[in-house]
Structure formats: C-alpha cells, structure tokens
Design a protein around this ligand. Sequence first.
Ligand code: T3D
Length: 262
Amino acid sequence: MTDPVLVDRRDGYHVITLNRPERLNAFNADMLAGIAAAMVQCRDDDSCRAIVVTGAGRGFCAGQDLTARELDDAGGRPDLGASLETTYNPLILMMRDMAKPIIASVNGIAAGAGANFALAADFVIAGRSASFLQAFARIGLIPDAGGTWWLTRHLGEARAKALAMLAEPLPAATAESWGLIHRVVDDADLEGETARLAERLAASSAMALALTKRAIHEASRNALETQVRVERDLQREAGFGPDFVEGVSAFLAKRPADFRRT
Ligand code: T3D
C-alpha cells in the first residue's frame, strides 16, 4: 500500500507531502495520524527548523475523505464531534503551538478541512491555479478545523460568511489580495519559491521565530496593556538567548549571522 504521507528531510527543514493524489489527498485516519507523527518528528529534531506541507498531484487536499462517511448498513452515523476532538483539533492546535514555522505550499484545490489545515500554517504560499473552498455547506456541515476562526480573524464577518455559506472556491490571487494567504506565485515557481522561503526560515534565528509566533498568537486575544507585558517577557527571554549574542556580534563584525551554529 502507498504511504499516505511522505516526509522528505532536507537541509534544515522537512517537507511533508499528503500522498493520496487519486482522492485529491483527502484526509483519512492513516493520513491524519501520519501528518501528526511527521509534525512531532520535526518538533523533536533540532536539525529540522521549518516544516513545509504540500500535496501530491494536482490538488493540495480535498478535506475529509467522504467515502469514510457513508452511513453503515444499519444506517449508523459517525460522530463528527468525536472525529474533530480526536484528530483534527489536536492537529490544528499542534500546528498553532509548534515553535518552528510551518509553510503550506498549496499546489491546487484546498477544500473543506484541507483549506483550513493550510490556513493553520504560518505561511501559505499558493500556485496561481490553486483555490480555497469552504466546501462544508455543500454537504450540510459547518467549517471546522479552525475555519470559522481563521476566516473571521483574517477577513472579517462579511467575507467569512460569504465564503462559508456560499461555498464557492476563492482563487489564490483573491486570497492573497484579501490578506488570507501570504503569497501567490506562478504554478511553475511554487516549488522553488517554497524551498527558498523554507531555507530562509531555516537560516533565521529559531528562537526569534518561535517567540514571535507566540507573541503574535497571544496578541489576537490580548489588550495592548497585556500584550506589551507579553512582549517584555518574551523579549527578556530572547535577550538572554544565544541568537541575540550572535546577531549583535555579526552586525558589529559586518558579517552574516550564523544562527544554525548557536
Ligand atoms: O468527517 C469528519 O470527521 C468531520 C470533518 C469534516 C471535514 C471536511 O473536510 S468536510 C468537507 C469534505 N470535503 C468536501 O466536501 C470536498 C469534496 N470534493 C469536492 O467537492 C471536489 O472533489 C473538489 C471541488 C475538491 C475538486 O473537484 P474536481 O472536479 O477538481 O475533482 P473531482 O473529480 O471531484 O475529484 C477527483 C477524485 O477525488 C474523484 O474521484 P473519482 O471520481 O476520480 O474516483 C473524487 O470523488 C475524489 N474526491 C475528491 N474529494 C474527495 C474525494 N473522495 C473522497 N473524499 C473527498 N473529500
């Protein structure tokens, strides 16, 4: 049987490829477990300083595999709340809490939980032919895997409601112009631009990126008074870290900083 998740260990970062192209990389239980395991591997490996997730074939991910959601012979229904609680929610929260930056390299349609899995990444870079589809309403569901949260935060209620309730695909270029994703590039450039971004992040101060990610996430729920105290505490931690010594020494010596040795 083909592995539903492939992991390519590159210099400084890992590429996790969703690998069920014949189903547009729809999530099944094995794939969800494989993604979580690959994320944990990178989290625990000091040589892995960034993570890329992408899809094999013409799509990024078509969300939950609906062939696993047919009624059973007795008409029994799956408990979708339990499915979210045990698989999707822990995965999305692990991505949010991951100290290392995550890039979603969206190579085609990202639908349902596949779209929201991409939006859980820190950087979403998409090929021009890609699109984001909150497909849920088409099958009588609500956006999950963080969808209602990302859409409302990034776009505001009007656009969030339109995307969720009309369930029309949002082209990558519009997603970029609306501020939902980081960047759209020509399809032919997606792999190269993703690698360039991953290499750049891998060469950056791991501590600065981890603390920045934390600060920005905390900012979304804090008043300014609280957030400046968060910044004080995290900056104190950064200032006592080795990357600050390296960064300042490199600046003063007029040489590039080498954070991978600190
Ligand atoms: O259940 C829980 O645990 C709760 C969590 C739910 C999270 C969710 O993600 S719910 C939303 C699930 N996803 C969808 O509803 C999207 C379903 N797919 C589509 O609407 C379309 O496939 C796309 C718009 C994404 C792409 O359309 P198109 O025309 O480019 O491709 P296609 O021909 O529809 O798909 C290609 C093949 O992939 C096709 O198989 P076939 O006919 O060639 O044998 C199609 O059936 C299969 N496929 C696509 N999406 C899924 C899928 N098979 C199973 N599950 C899918 N989600």
